[in-house]
Design a binder for this molecule. Structure first.
Ligand code: NAP
Length: 475
């Protein structure tokens, strides 16, 4: 753990072992913290808040620039830790480190743009001034699928705003978080400003974040189920909260688009991180006239993908995170096939050549997917592309919006009027239009409906860590 600028183990600590999901081998061990450790970290963050929030934005910005530079210098080492710990191919891990570092850079810049307002007042002797001030101590919880960028996406805006933070990373990927905090330490960020508590049991840490009066804001990325649990707790104490939760992205291909280009895009984004991404397309709607071409291209693309250890060249499909993820994928595929889906490719666990030591599932394409199948409603979080035919724009908009999730969505069309119409009508926080990567540190990321509250990245991302204070002056 990293508390008050010092690395420590937990009291009575047997340690939290970390395993390579591709091989099952133990690759390290970190502190197994508990509620007392979280409370200690919160106290350190509350003490540090006084001096950190009193720095000028220029001073805080300098620390973040240094952290950015150090992270980029360590890009290769960090990427290797990520591949070992989380399983994604090395190339994807390098991309994630770059994306993670971008938040440090972007918020080093945004720190200096936290502007207030002056507002014309109704009385001649009155003046209104609006200040933006840091919320205070932040309790943050992050998932395993993007173990570096989900950390910097919270830490960077919080620190830029003048907040201090205590972060609990996912139990499957604490080593990446440790490496990020080494970067923050080496950038000279003062003790107590950013604290890390690693733990096997997340419940007590979350409880401490919720109940400790020194914490004023919760920032969470993970499942909708746990997000709701934390939101209920936060409501009890009326704490600020931002939530980045699950998704069930529709990917719509109209028949005026090039079906092969659309299939190339769909397969790239679907199998990114082995489908373990909140913006992963879960339902791929293809207009009937082009569906055969689309399916043929998807099959050809998928059959070229190689699963394996992400450290090996040519591997594009890493392991699933664990047995529960495998069970969910197998269950959804079996259910779809039983209810009439067609298996185009894949559809089985991979065990040959040592893959049985991890949880590998063949990249899978299903066509003729329909509404009554589990995969149509439930987030898959695995390497299964579910293709659904449609006839009209009106029909597909209805189907696409028919989900309680509202994070990412995609559409392919060459008709600009249709692109604008559908963009406006999709009830999702992010819409990729002929684009499969509508994300960047400078852009607001987040969901509607049960996909979350608030935004990370962009100008909006720092607003989550700021209070608005009105000054009314009589002169
Ligand atoms: P998860 O089970 O909700 O876990 C996320 C984090 O919450 C982990 O650190 C976990 O700790 C912790 N946690 C679990 N139960 C908790 C509790 N009772 N109190 C406090 N903390 C608790 O989600 P996941 O399976 O790791 O992540 C996958 C989900 O995240 C998917 O639904 C995905 O769509 C979503 N996601 C969303 C975004 C986004 O930006 N919207 C980005 C990435 C992922 P442990 O690791 O110890 O269980």
């Amino acid at each position: 753990m990293y508390i008050n600028g010092e690395w420590s183990r937990a009291d009575n600590d047997a340690g939290l072992d970390v395993f390579n999901p591709a091989t099952g081998e133990k690759i390290g061990s970190v502190a197994n913290g508990d509620q007392k450790d979280a409370a200690r970290a919160i106290e350190a963050a509350a003490r540090a808040f006084k001096s950190w929030s009193a720095l000028t934005a220029y001073q805080r910005s300098e620390y973040l620039y240094d952290a950015y530079r150090i992270m980029m210098e360590r890009k290769e080492d960090l990427a290797r830790v990520m591949t070992l710990e989380q399983g994604k191919p090395l190339k994807a891990a390098r991309n994630e480190v770059r994306y993670g570092a971008d938040f440090l850079l972007w918020y080093a810049e945004e720190a200096k743009r936290v502007y207030g307002d002056t507002i014309p007042a109704p009385r001649p002797d009155q003046r209104f001034i609006v200040l933006k001030q840091p919320v205070g101590v932040v309790g943050a919880i992050t998932p395993w699928n993007y173990p570096v960028s989900m950390v910097t996406r919270k830490v960077a805006p919080a620190l830029a705003a003048g907040c201090t933070i205590v972060l609990k990373p996912a139990e499957d990927t604490p080593l990446c978080a440790v490496e990020v905090f080494k970067v923050l330490h080496d950038a000279g960020i003062p003790g107590g400003v950013a604290n890390l508590v690693t733990a096997r049991d997340p419940g007590p840490i979350g409880d401490e974040f919720i109940s400790n009066p020194l914490v004023h804001k919760l920032a969470f990325t993970g499942s909708t189920e746990v997000g709701k649990l934390l939101a209920r707790g936060a409501a009890e104490h009326l704490k600020r909260i931002s939530l980045e939760l699950g998704g069930h992205a529709p990917f719509i291909v109209f028949d005026d688009a090039d079906p092969r280009r659309a299939a190339t895009g769909a397969m790239l984004v679907k199998f990114l991180n082995t489908g373990q991404a909140c913006i992963s397309p879960n339902r791929i709607f293809v207009q009937r006239r082009v569906i055969d071409d689309f399916v043929a291209e998807a099959k050809a693309r998928v059959e070229k993908m190689r699963a394996g250890n992400g450290l090996e060249a040519g591997v594009s499909i890493g392991p699933l995170v664990g047995p529960a993820a495998m069970e969910k994928v197998e269950r959804q595929v079996a259910d779809a096939l039983e209810l009439g889906a067609t298996l185009v490719s894949g559809g089985r666990r991979l065990t040959a050549d040592g893959l049985d030591r991890g949880f590998f599932y063949a990249p899978t394409v299903l066509s003729d997917v329909s509404e009554q199948m589990q995969i149509y409603r439930e987030e898959t979080f695995g390497p299964v592309a579910a293709i659904i035919p449609f006839d009209t724009e009106e029909e597909v908009l209805e189907m696409a919006n028919d989900t309680h999730y509202g994070l990412a969505s995609y559409l392919y069309t060459r008709d600009i009027s249709r692109a604008m119409r559908v963009f406006e009508k999709l009830r999702f926080g992010i819409v990729g239009i002929n684009d499969i990567n509508p994300t960047a540190a400078a852009a607001p990321f987040g969901g509607m409906k049960e996909s979350g509250l608030g935004r990370e990245g962009g100008r909006e991302g720092i607003a989550e860590y700021l209070e608005t204070k009105l000054g009314g002056f009589s002169i």
